[in-house]
Design a protein around this ligand. Structure first.
Ligand code: EPZ
Length: 434
């Protein structure tokens, strides 16, 4: 087990290079299974979720070769299995992307119900609705999803809610269905567009990605290609908030500024200076931020995956801010940890009322999930004194070289191993003699 130890109060200054997008990489790695030869994927973030997805792809028979830590070659010609080991699917929610990919490649898939961050119910009814529209026979129980398809036939799919996962999954199946599939009320996140671009490089025929109507004409064959993953919108946003919160001056490189519009807009409302360039943004913080209200929405709205980080920043605002979480049922569990640092936050259903205070005070906290963990890191950077963060394996899922990147910007953060507590074995029972 490891923990982070952070000494707060250091202004972040300098330059940081953003890694490839986790949520694009997970979808694109699954999509590579559809190719009839080798794909070379570049700018892949070297993070735990990606390593698990790579392991899953190897388990179904693909041949995977790391060219370097951020470049992977996948030869899907050897894919032959359609069942994914439960141990892996429970550690990675996006493992369910292999349902769409294996339906597209082999016409069947058997996957355990997915795991993932726990912020409320995470149903998959829209995935199932999409697959069944394509003629797939789905049998599910509480533990397993069993999908079988003869020849999938393109169809119209209207999502009742905007869902990234179901949009990805139906795209992965529909690219090999016969005829046209129209996905309505589709997710528009940058990683949806990245997936569509990758699939089109492979020979798919997808139009409209990035809008709420995606049209897919099925093809018989998809070939391997070389493709570079887009920069991670959420990692970039996390560093933008860290720079602002520490009153720093940071040039955040290898980003797509357009993907950061909603985050930049909110930081500017807080009084932060943002300079946008072609592939980088400069963030110049100020002292305490001005208060601001946020409502998380599907893209292009303010991303839910940036909600904990912004809430942490607003704990030291001048005034009271309100954050409404419209995507997930229960994404404020990290507030308990913020209050251990002295924050004043009242959670009312799917809203948090944040009364700004002059400063946080370092204390031991834990990472409840990936983005809650990122929020604790930001809290530690701004709190007075020392903050220790446990359960940082959640953070390792989605941030590459976080300690190195923050240290290079002047942060005092280190990863410390915590030896497992020694628990004496039950003493051997000695037979009573006599
Ligand atoms: C993806 O999760 C991301 N994960 C999440 O990021 C992100 O929070 C989420 O999209 C929203 O942007 C990956 O891309 C791997 P959804 P996903 O399906 O696909 C409801 C991170 O920090 N819904 O868009 O699971 C659902 O309950 C992670 O990187 C249904 O009702 O999210 C939620 O309220 C955390 N039925 C809403 O839709 C369904 O069948 C959005 O979920 C599917 C979803």
């Amino acid at each position: 087990m490891d923990k982070f130890v952070i000494r707060g109060g250091k202004r972040l200054c300098g330059e940081v290079e953003i890694s490839g997008a986790k949520n694009a990489a997970l979808a694109i790695l699954a999509a590579a299974v559809l190719a009839d030869d080798v794909s070379r994927i570049e700018n892949v973030p070297n993070i735990r979720d990606v390593r698990i997805m790579v392991q899953i792809i190897k388990e179904i028979g693909a041949t995977v070769r790391y060219i370097n830590k951020n470049t992977i070659e996948i030869d899907a010609r050897t894919v032959q299995f359609t069942t994914i080991p439960d141990a892996l699917t429970k550690r990675l929610r996006a493992s369910y992307y292999l349902i769409g990919a294996m339906l597209g490649r082999l016409g069947k898939a058997r996957v355990a119900m997915p795991g993932g961050c726990n912020f409320g119910t995470r149903p998959i009814d829209q995935h199932i609705k999409g697959f069944e529209a394509l003629g797939v026979r789905i049998v599910t129980d509480s533990a397993v999803i069993d999908a079988k398809a003869g020849q999938m036939i393109g169809s119209e799919v209207y999502f009742d809610v905007v869902t990234v996962g179901a949009t990805v999954n139906v795209m992965l199946a529909a690219v090999k269905a016969r005829g046209q599939t129209i996905i309505e009320n589709a997710a528009k996140e940058p990683h949806i567009v990245d997936l569509a671009n990758f699939l089109n490089f492979m020979g798919a025929d997808i139009r409209g990605a990035g809008t709420d109507i995606i049209k897919i004409r099925g093809v018989d064959k998809l070939v391997g290609c070389t493709y570079s993953i887009i920069p991670d919108q959420i990692e970039a946003g996390t560093f933008m908030v860290a720079a602002a919160a520490t009153g720093g001056d940071v040039l955040i490189k290898n980003v797509t500024p357009k993907h950061l519009d909603s985050i930049s807009a909110k930081l500017i409302e807080c009084g932060v200076t943002i300079e946008e360039h072609d592939d980088c943004v400069r963030v110049i913080g100020r002292g305490r931020p001005m208060k601001c209200n946020i409502k998380t929405m599907p893209h292009p709205g303010f991303p839910t995956d940036m909600q904990p980080q912004m809430a942490t920043y607003l704990t030291i605002a001048e005034g009271t801010s309100i954050i409404s979480e419209s995507v997930w049922d229960n994404r404020f569990t990290y507030v308990d940890q913020l209050m251990r640092l002295g924050a004043s936050v009242q959670v009312e259903g799917k809203a948090a009322i944040i009364t700004g205070i002059p400063e946080l005070k370092g204390a031991p906290v834990r990472a409840d999930d990936l983005r809650a963990g990122a929020a604790m890191v930001i809290a530690g950077l701004i709190a007075r004194g020392e903050t220790e963060i446990e359960d940082i394996h959640h953070i390792d899922r989605g941030y590459e070289d976080l300690v190195e990147k923050l240290t290079a910007l002047g942060a005092s953060i280190e990863r410390v191993s915590i030896p497992d507590p020694v628990i004496d074995p039950i003493p051997a029972v000695t037979a009573n003699v006599g």
